[in-house]
Design a protein around this ligand. Sequence first.
Ligand SMILES: Cc1cc2nc3c(=O)[nH]c(=O)nc-3n(C[C@H](O)[C@H](O)[C@H](O)COP(=O)(O)OP(=O)(O)OC[C@H]3O[C@@H](n4cnc5c(N)ncnc54)[C@H](O)[C@@H]3O)c2cc1C
Length: 397
Amino acid sequence: MIDFELLPATEQGRQMVRALAEGVFRPVSRYYDDHEHDKVQQLYDVVERMGLKTFKQGSGSKPDADGKRTSEPNVSLVVNMEELSWGDVGIMLAFPVRGLGNSAIDAVATKEQKARFGAKFTAMAITEPGAGSDTAAITTTAKLDPETNEWILNGEKIFVTSGFHSEAVVVWATLNKSKGRAAIKSFVVEKGTPGITVTKLEHKLGIRASDTASIVLEDCRIPYDNILGSPEVAERREGLGGAMATFDATRPGVAAMAIGVARASLEFTKEKLEAEGYSFPYDVSLHKLNYVQKTMMEMEANLEVARLLNWRAASMLDDKLRNSLEASIAKAKAGRAATLVTQKCVELLGPLGYSREWLAEKWMRDSKITDIFEGTGQIQMLVIARNILGFSRDMLK
Ligand SMILES: Cc1cc2nc3c(=O)[nH]c(=O)nc-3n(C[C@H](O)[C@H](O)[C@H](O)COP(=O)(O)OP(=O)(O)OC[C@H]3O[C@@H](n4cnc5c(N)ncnc54)[C@H](O)[C@@H]3O)c2cc1C
């Protein structure tokens, strides 16, 4: 039976993180929306004050003698990410202890690599000018120099979240373009390594507290041991295993961001409507509700569905179960729900919802990215359809 009661430690953690979101993130939310690319100094102060070094995903949980779960690191992570994103999703992404690359490290790194890179704020660079949704089309190369036993990386990466402020970047590159997906591997490149340069910062619609960078790699040499996963190129097996394992872990995180920002918008809207005299009775039949009441309740229900789907996807990771289908379902649902909810809230709030007086317009802008990065809504639908129908990539493109 699925039990979605959070463990006491998860609930306790949520309260702490909620205090951080409310006390530190939310008060500076508008400032960093206005001051795009500024370093969010408050976050660095918090990390130092609280002694936070890592904000781990965790690899799963061991059951006790009765078969009950004793910890739930992945459920706890999505619960916390929802809270932080409720405070501000852009600031959450800029939190200098955990980037998307950290999930790649958690998912596929060896013990030694986890010890070396686990405490570094790490971005993830897959997308290129000619490769977005089709990750297998990447052209960045990694070649081994047998004399020095170093990898030499060459290529261009774009739209790298935290590519500027992070301490390291997980870079996806091919060992041999003619071998397709099987030859695509990921490499940890520490900032300051000669040959890695940030060439551009994007100006964006939303999540403006989070930097989004273009990165060029020119004869960038990194130690042999910085490759994540095996350097072998399997002849027949599908490659990109590390990338896909990363997505299985990061997609629930993005879904949690979507739910957090949408919940912020919905709670705010409800408060304002209640101040206008609206009430939200849950015990009357549907036909007795007016449009505003019905719309608000439908949105609440949609977010609850998204949250439960997401807790299921994260919970499967805690049980060390493969969750590709469930992670894509959760992300597809949450990204879409958040986009619709935040837009509808602006509508229900009237002109002030559209004004910069309130944060509702910002939440609407912030939410859109959750339906884009880590695989767009359309790509999630493809993954879901392939999984359910048992179709290969070539059969369903
Ligand atoms: C703010 C921001 C932050 C980002 N952060 C990162 C990051 O940290 N690391 C990183 O590597 N990338 C990052 N990205 C890139 C992001 O992951 C890609 O933009 C996304 O995967 C889509 O790729 P694309 O932009 O090339 O669009 P395309 O692949 O060109 O897609 C364009 C449109 O076509 C649709 N489409 C594409 N293929 C299909 C298909 N087969 N069937 C149906 N529809 C399809 C897509 O859904 C989309 O709507 C970021 C992007 C943004 C905007």
